[in-house]
Each structure stands twice: as structure tokens, then as C-alpha cells.
Design a protein around this ligand. Sequence first.
Ligand SMILES: C[S@@+](CC[C@H](N)C(=O)[O-])C[C@H]1O[C@@H](n2cnc3c(N)ncnc32)[C@H](O)[C@@H]1O
Length: 163
Amino acid sequence: MSRLDSVIRRLKAQRSCLNFAAGELTGQQGAILELGLGNGRTYDHLGELFGRDAIYVFDRRVAAHPACIPDDQHLFLGDIHDTLPAAAERLGRSALLAHCDIGTGVEEENRKLAAYLAQALAPLLAPGGLLISDQPIALPDSEAVALPEGVPANRYFIRRVVS
Ligand SMILES: C[S@@+](CC[C@H](N)C(=O)[O-])C[C@H]1O[C@@H](n2cnc3c(N)ncnc32)[C@H](O)[C@@H]1O
């Protein structure tokens, strides 16, 4: 598969999974966590689905399209090892959805990051909340959710918090 095909597949998987989450969470109130602002593409899409006021963004820097930059109240700027514990103190277990798109190209680093995210996101995600990620994350007290049609296995991952 060419790198172009690979990027297209990733972006389509992201969009399908985020749209799926919006359908699952219709009518519920809670925070949306966007881990990895990057260019702001998925943040912008989440904004269309849930409204920007619900979204809290995590990144170590802001390098997004100018139209896709959250205000200071909705931005946790810094390394997630520092900002996720701070967010848990501020927001509590109020998140309906966490979308994690912060994997690196290095497998060993991804494994460490996923292990950290599993324990750091648990105090933020409400029961019934969804975790959508580019890496498998062994979130405690959660179950795997079937991927939307057209998303290849192991390209993206969805889990639901059971309790
Ligand atoms: C692939 S980009 C996100 C792309 C974004 N979802 C989009 O649609 O444009 C990954 C982002 O994660 C951020 N990131 C990676 N590791 C991080 C960490 N440990 N703490 C905070 N941000 C991190 C990077 O700075 C980068 O902006």
C-alpha cells in the first residue's frame, strides 16, 4: 500500500469512528477529550459533531490551522503526562469520549504511551464513555466495540467504559 493510500485509509477510519461516536452519544452531555491537536482536522470535525464548547484539547504545542485553535479554557497545553492528571482534577469523570491520535512511529514508545493512557484516562471517562484511538489501549473496566463498516481491523480502536 502506498503512503498516500495509507493516509487516506487513516483519515477515513478517523472520520467513520468519530461519526459513529456521535451517533452512540446523541443526547448525552459531557466532555469530549481530543488528545493530539496536530493540524486540527479531527478537532474541527469533532466540533461539527459535538460543538466546540464541549471539547478539551491536549497537545504539547499549538501548530494547527488558525481556524482550528481552541480557546485557553479548552486547551491543556503541555505533555500529556502533566496535563491529563491536571484535567482529571478539573473535569473529574465527566468525559463522554476521548479521541487519541498521538501515536509515534516507534512501536516501543507507542506501547509505553498506551500503558500510560490506560491509567490516565480511567479517571476522566464516564461510565458508558467511548475511547477511540490509533493504538490499542487496555483501558480498565472497558469492552471492545465493533468498528464501523469499512474501518479495517487494527487501523483504529474503539472501547466503551463498562463501569
Ligand atoms: C498526528 S498529530 C494529531 C493530528 C490531529 N488529530 C489532526 O487531525 O490534525 C499528533 C499530535 O500529538 C501531539 N503529541 C504527541 N505526543 C504528545 C505528548 N506526549 N503530549 C502532548 N502532545 C503530544 C503532537 O504534538 C502532535 O501535534
